[in-house]
Ligand binder design. Structure first.
Ligand SMILES: CC(C)(COP(=O)(O)OP(=O)(O)OC[C@H]1O[C@@H](n2cnc3c(N)ncnc32)[C@H](O)[C@@H]1OP(=O)(O)O)[C@@H](O)C(=O)NCCC(=O)NCCS
Length: 160
């Protein structure tokens, strides 16, 4: 029985199929501006994610969301200037609506702060109620809305 034990981990070579099918998925892609990707684009992104893990100076951190040892989705952040980063999240459709997104994004925020990032930014389409709720539940403050997107940030209060 699934207990929904959620963890984040680095992607491994054996995750290629699930990573690519997630990025090709039309259900996921309807909510994410840069998705769906073609298989080729997804493979390039996958190998970039693996390469980033061994870079001496890393700018992108993409993690597999593992639920009871199954890869359910992906979350990550890209460093911006001034100690901030832009983050995002998406899960395979059969994992939606089970509290997994909230747990995964809470872990992502914690990971970013542990890595010394002081401010995380995110955005979602205004109609994407699930993603907006995930941001709110993980401590993101709403900055405003523009061109059909809601913008958020969360600051590491331990540093203030
Ligand atoms: C967005 C996404 C990551 C949310 O993860 P999730 O595991 O489904 O969300 P959770 O189960 O943790 O739910 C978090 C909150 O959102 C609400 N919620 C989730 N999906 C919802 C939906 N479709 N409509 C309304 N509320 C929704 C839940 O009820 C919960 O709120 P509550 O605790 O106040 O009841 C996931 O649905 C997903 O991957 N969607 C497709 C890709 C995507 O939209 N990515 C984000 C792009 S900005």
């Amino acid at each position: 029985m699934l207990q929904n034990y959620v963890l984040l981990r680095e992607f491994l070579p054996r995750d290629q199929e699930v990573f690519c099918s997630l990025q090709e998925d039309q259900d996921v892609g309807q909510f994410v501006d840069w998705l769906p990707r073609t298989r080729y684009q997804a493979e390039v992104a996958f190998w970039d994610a693996l390469e980033q893990q061994v870079m001496p100076i890393r700018s992108r951190f993409f993690y597999a969301v593992e639920v009871d040892s199954i890869v359910a989705g992906s979350v990550g952040f890209t460093l911006l200037s001034g100690g901030s980063a832009d983050c995002g999240w998406f899960l395979r459709k059969n994992f939606w609506g089970k509290g997994i997104g909230t747990k995964a994004v809470a872990l992502l925020v914690e990971d970013a702060f542990v890595k010394g990032i002081s401010k995380l930014r995110a955005s979602a389409r205004s109609q994407n109620i699930g993603s907006i709720r995930v941001a709110e539940k993980c401590g993101f403050q709403r900055l405003g809305e523009k061109n059909g997107r809601v913008f958020f940030e969360v600051i590491d209060n331990r540093k203030i």
